[in-house]
Design a protein around this ligand. Structure first.
Ligand code: ATP
Ligand code: XMP
Ligand code: GLN
Ligand code: MG
Length: 505
């Protein structure tokens, strides 16, 4: 299949580049800068951004095959700076850094900016700048700070801004100009092709061996389960772990979801005791995540023994889990260890297969729709594998779990009753360790503060707090303080991601 190769230098946005290209209808893959790869059917190359400075000691280099292939190359930010360095231009830390919205002006014609206005806003994130382009290169655009925003040199196209983030105006047009007009690939690829290709790939790999799928009833593992079932049929067994950190009624909901999508009964493992014992008195978020990640694997190992020593473990990991755990590339910064990626123990007895690892949430939902999974399952709010453990700040007790389950349930019920559940991307409650003074029936009370959190997002990589009407929040707040013993105060979290993350831990 003809494709565009994206070479990763450690940017938080690398996968978004590949994703934008797939949106245009062209297949794209991300590889690491030092990875050995198959060079067949590459029609163009994109060099990503990255945290390093090109002259730094261990700065990643453009691999040699990029120069040998002689295909069009697009360098983004660090990618632009590394092209400059290779062809003897000059990169320097300038007095002005450009972060966020920056206007650029097109000074010379280029196929890359065809049919675009002369001036528009882009999104930048750089401290270094190109101060001298390679000999013979043509400067295409400059920013309002007079910094070089784009140049062209032979088959190399360089841009300082990030066309892959939604805040860059005409970003998709620029990527489409590169992929379709400059590299000349026809845009006929679709997620249906992804499904066909994955099924074939999984069949080849698993053969007649057995596999266990970690099924949470969430969007990602449900889609992965249907896809895997199509590929290997009855050699697949689904296992749901009840770790006591679930939402109210979760077990029953998951059983019925599974019956609906697979027509089969689900294996539910009661692991409540063992998770709670291991988590007793643990407050530190990364520690909680590591304990949970390991315990999940131990449970799956035991279950695999009961299924002819299954050789494979399937997980519904998607790309946001990977990037934040810093498992995407050597140069990427770690934000938190998602239990299914960064939280995994080192000694694992089976091979892990993650068919959705390179897709984003909304792409996974689209795959699910193509596979015929009902919308009410695909559009459930995400729920993290570590569950309520990362929504109870500090140590976890049965009492706190009871409180949080009730609060969460009331908030979600209120959103459903008022038509807001489907308008927001993810909503939940957090139990803080703070106690607060109140007055109830003329008596003093001293109870917990809970926070409601609801966010709008597309990919989960960035998010903003939902503008839920005060009346809806008021309804939830009054029900919570009236119905849940142990809660003295309700607050609403109005922080975006970044700088915060969606979950509190
Ligand atoms: N309680 C559980 N039992 C079994 N597997 C689980 C459980 N919770 C999470 N997992 C595994 O961990 C993976 C990652 O969890 P994650 O919450 O990101 O995805 P999901 O639950 O499938 O979808 P969603 O993001 O909609 O909640 C799941 O796809 C699944 O493979
Ligand atoms: O399966 C998971 N295991 C985890 O360890 C984990 N941590 C966060 N999340 C979910 O990922 C999305 C982004 O969350 P953050 O902004 O908090 O990183 C949100 O949808 C979170 O609910 C997790 N899911
Ligand atoms: N986003 C980037 O690629 C940044 C490149 C380089 N680290 C700089 O600060 O200029
Ligand atoms: Mg989940």
């Amino acid at each position: 299949m003809k494709k565009i190769l994206v070479i990763d230098f450690g940017s938080q946005y690398t996968q978004l580049l590949a994703r934008r290209i797939r949106e245009i209808g062209v297949y794209s893959e991300v590889v690491q800068f030092d990875e050995k790869i198959d060079l067949k059917e590459i029609e163009g190359i994109i060099l990503s951004g990255g945290p390093d400075s090109v002259y730094a000691k261990d700065a990643p280099q453009i691999p040699n095959y990029v120069f040998d292939l002689k295909k069009p190359v697009l360098g983004v930010c660090y990618g632009m700076q590394s092209i400059t360095k290779y062809f003897n231009g000059k990169v320097k830390k300038e007095k002005v850094s450009e972060y966020g919205r920056t206007e650029i002006e097109i000074k010379n014609n280029s196929k890359l900016f065809e049919n675009l206005p002369k001036k528009f806003n882009t999104w930048m994130s750089h401290g270094d700048s190109v101060v001298e382009v390679p000999n013979g290169a043509k400067i295409i655009a400059k920013t309002s700070n007079n910094i070089i925003a784009s140049f062209e040199y032979e088959n190399y196209y360089a841009i300082q801004f990030h066309p892959e983030v939604r805040h860059t105006e005409f970003g998709n047009n620029i990527i489409e100009n590169f992929v379709v007009n400059i590299c000349g690939i026809s845009n006929t690829w679709s997620l249906q092709d992804f499904i066909t290709q994955k099924i074939e790939e999984i069949r080849k790999k698993v053969g007649n061996d057995k596999a266990i799928i970690a099924l949470s009833g969430g969007v990602d593992s449900s889609v992965a389960a249907v896809l895997m079932h199509k590929a290997i049929g009855n050699n697949l067994k689904a296992v749901f772990v009840d770790h006591a950190l679930l939402r109210l009624n979760e077990e029953n909901d998951v059983r019925s979801i599974f019956k609906e999508i697979m027509g089969l009964d689900l294996t539910v493992v009661n692991a409540r005791e063992r998770f709670l014992t291991k988590l007793k008195n643990v407050s530190e978020p990364e520690k909680k995540r590591k304990i949970i990640g390991e315990e999940f694997i131990r449970v799956f190992e035991e279950e695999s023994k009961k299924f002819s020593d299954a050789k494979y473990l399937i997980q519904g990991t998607i790309y946001s889990d990977v990037i934040e755990s810093a498992a995407s590339g050597k140069k990427t910064a770690k934000i938190k260890s998602h239990h299914n990626v960064g939280g995994l123990p080192e000694d694992i007895n089976f091979e892990i297969i993650e068919p959705l690892r390179n897709l984003f949430k909304d792409e996974v939902r689209n795959v699910g729709e193509i596979l015929g999974i009902p919308k009410h399952i695909l559009y459930r709010h995400p729920f993290p594998g570590p569950g309520l453990a990362i929504r109870i700040i500090e140590d976890i007790t049965e009492e706190k779990l009871e409180i949080l389950k009730k609060v969460d349930n009331i908030f979600i019920e209120t959103l459903r009753d008022t038509g807001w559940y489907n308008k927001v991307w993810q909503a939940f409650a957090v139990l803080t360790p703070i106690k607060t003074v109140g007055v109830v029936g003329d008596e003093r009370s001293y109870e917990y503060v809970v926070s409601l959190r609801s966010v709008d997002s597309v990919e989960g990589m960035t998010a903003d707090w939902s503008r839920i009407p005060f009346e809806v929040l008021d309804k939830a707040s009054r029900r919570i303080t009236n119905e849940v013993k142990g809660v003295g105060r309700v607050v609403y979290d109005i922080t975006s991601k970044p700088p915060s993350t969606i979950e509190w831990e």
